[in-house]
Design a protein around this ligand. Structure first.
Ligand code: PLP
Length: 338
């Protein structure tokens, strides 16, 4: 088996998680009759300190629902220039909802506050209405950077002053919480809606939760149905999510420690340089010289049984997760030595 560091989505459910899935009580969730889904949604809402939550198929679906909840066709959502809905959701905001995106520059996943203030405008008939500020925490393209509370306070204050709603793409907000010691509900308190993924570092096979005010989550159920996302005995999957929340949160600290030690091995090897500080479970690196050397390094690592992904032609990415232990990280680090 290769050491698969392409993403933290590649984990397989553990034996204990599979047992919890097999034992799950289920019902028809479209009728709100699946007790395990209902339990997961109640748990998610409580963790986020919000009135309600909806369990959905993916982080993409959660983000897209949030965009629809806060925007109408023709409206504009503002987000970091490297945010997931802008780059990696197949153009869904425009294709599905008719929403345009205004990318805001900034380092370490933080929107530059001056740049944000400069693009905000009042409602004018010939401009798109600005309705939503999306914040990603941790920020994937910045190497899993944690957005601190003081930054969140400032950008959300700017957003609120312009009557924008706020959504946090917290696909990896549990990583942010474990790395910073800030409870998830404190991050969530800064925004109107927050989504988080169970199928990344938390190790569940499927699913994300979108949390927010009860009236918005009620509307989200309708929009999820439009996307074909109404599901039936989904409790089998929700059971994995509940198991993950019970057993796989604190262990994220191990992933973070392993990412740091992989980073040290990469730097020491001289084969590549780190592109961002390592705060959580994502290591971004590059071989000097541009796309061709990056390509060669990725292929060389694959030949040695270590899979990494390509964040761009000149950025390679390794992500630590439940299925890589200390021994695997040591082997992965050694694979960088020429
Ligand atoms: C920051 C972020 N948001 C959203 C998503 C989308 O999640 P999914 O792959 O479950 O659609 C991802 C996926 O990697 C992500 O990294």
């Amino acid at each position: 088996m290769p050491i698969d560091l392409r993403s933290d989505t590649v984990t397989r459910p553990t034996t204990a998680m599979r047992a919890a899935m097999a034992a799950a009580e289920v019902g028809d969730d479209v009728y709100a009759e699946d007790p395990t889904v209902n339990a997961l949604e109640a748990r998610a809402a409580a963790l986020a300190g919000k009135e309600a939550a909806i369990y959905v198929a993916s982080g993409t679906m959660a983000n897209e629902l949030a965009i629809r909840l806060h925007c109408e066709p023709g409206d504009e959502a503002l987000m970091h220039a490297a945010a997931h809905p802008f780059h990696h959701e197949s153009g869904a905001p425009a294709a599905i909802w008719g929403v345009t995106i205004r990318p805001i520059p900034g380092g370490r996943g933080r929107m530059d506050e001056e740049a944000l203030a400069l693009v905000l405008h009042p409602e004018i008939r010939h401009m798109s209405r600005q309705r939503l500020l999306c914040i990603e925490n941790t920020h994937g393209f910045s190497g899993g950077a944690v957005l601190p509370l003081d930054h969140l306070d400032r950008v959300t204050a700017v957003a609120r002053a312009s009557s924008l709603a706020t959504h946090m793409d917290g696909a990896r907000v549990f990583n942010a919480s474990v790395a910073s010691g800030v409870p998830v509900r404190d991050f969530a308190a800064r925004v109107d809606t927050i989504s988080f993924c169970l199928s990344k570092g938390l190790g569940a096979p499927v699913g994300s939760c979108l949390c927010g005010p009860a009236d918005l989550i009620r509307r989200a159920r309708r929009h999820r149905h439009m996307l074909g996302g109404g599901w039936r005995q989904a409790g089998i999957l929700a059971a994995a999510g509940l198991y993950a929340l019970d057993h796989h949160v604190e262990r994220l600290a191990d992933d973070h420690r392993r990412a740091r030690s992989l980073g040290e091995a990469i730097e020491a090897s001289g084969a590549a340089r780190l592109l961002e500080p390592i705060e959580t479970n994502i290591v971004l690196f590059a071989a000097p010289g541009g796309p061709a050397p990056c390509d060669a390094l990725q292929r060389r690592l694959a030949g040695r049984g270590v899979l990494v992904s390509r964040a761009s032609p000149v950025v390679l990415r390794a992500v630590t997760h439940m299925d890589v232990d200390d021994f695997a990280i040591e082997k992965a680090g050694a694979a960088f030595l020429s």
